[in-house]
Design a protein around this ligand. Sequence first.
Ligand SMILES: Nc1ncnc2c1ncn2[C@@H]1O[C@H](COP(=O)(O)OP(=O)(O)OP(=O)(O)O)[C@@H](O)[C@H]1O
Ligand SMILES: [Mg+2]
Length: 308
Amino acid sequence: MLVAKNLSKSYNDVKALSNVSLSIKEGELYGLLGPNGAGKTTTISILSSLLKPDGGEVLYQDKSLYKNTSECKKIIGVVPQEIALYEDLTAIENLKFWGTLYGIKGKQLQSKTDELLEFLGLADRKNHKIKTYSGGMKRRINIAAALLHDPKIVFMDEPTVGIDPQSRNLIFEVIEELHSRGLTMIYTTHYMEEAERLCDRIGIIDEGRIITEGSLDELKKASSVKEEIQVKFTNPQKTDLVSMNNHFNGQLSIQDNQMILSTSKTNTDLPELIQLCTNANLQLEKLDVRSLSLESIFLELTGKSLRD
Ligand SMILES: Nc1ncnc2c1ncn2[C@@H]1O[C@H](COP(=O)(O)OP(=O)(O)OP(=O)(O)O)[C@@H](O)[C@H]1O
Ligand SMILES: [Mg+2]
């Protein structure tokens, strides 16, 4: 469906992408997971032809995006990271505006906007101005706008950032429904739980490079880490946690009063960890051993933690 080869892009002297290659199959929900500034939006902007790369190639169904731009654009929908709506227009007026830009008119536009507002759970608010909407509701209208022209592939750039849990769940349900209908989607996020829950395949992007790619199972199998020991403390001391990190060779992800040790040898690391905590006078509030998550895979590959 979509193949991108060796994309590179710099903004002045900032190298945003280096040799990014991707291949997305029809009907696939592909997650592009990476921290702030990793290059997610740049990748999406290039794939949706909003931005020209310095080098590389993008093919839709074997056709070059650059030689067939208008044809390719007809099958692409984009939900941008920044909300793009007119605050003083109602939801329905906004959607009609976007629909007109796509060349949809009259009864067809009317029935499409009604259908999408229903689908996104906003039919009862359709005549209210966007400025009265919550962040999550605006996001849902943005998603509707990207679906107006029945695209075959939709890019969603961090659609759940900064919204309430109810809208977030609704957006997940919408994405799962679109997925089950066979829509191809590329979903960027820096929330690992979202990538784990939603995506068939995940590409981890960091500093403009895709550093690994595969289904969650494939990523887990490829990892040398097998388990995570999660510990919460009642009296954390940053310096003690840092010295523990040194002891475990940087396999620790530390945040506030908790840490996660990614390990392949729980049977020896667990007693050692408890001993170190006792020596440092750290009181354990909760301890949990669980199977590997994306968080640990990310830490292993990049040496960074991907939490907010
Ligand atoms: N218009 C621009 N001008 C200059 N530098 C830019 C511009 N857009 C992005 N960058 C830089 O390019 C790199 C990649 O940015 P990009 O927005 O693609 O990352 P991202 O993964 O989408 O980040 P975020 O999670 O914050 O949205 C960053 O270093 C960013 O500062
Ligand atoms: Mg971005």
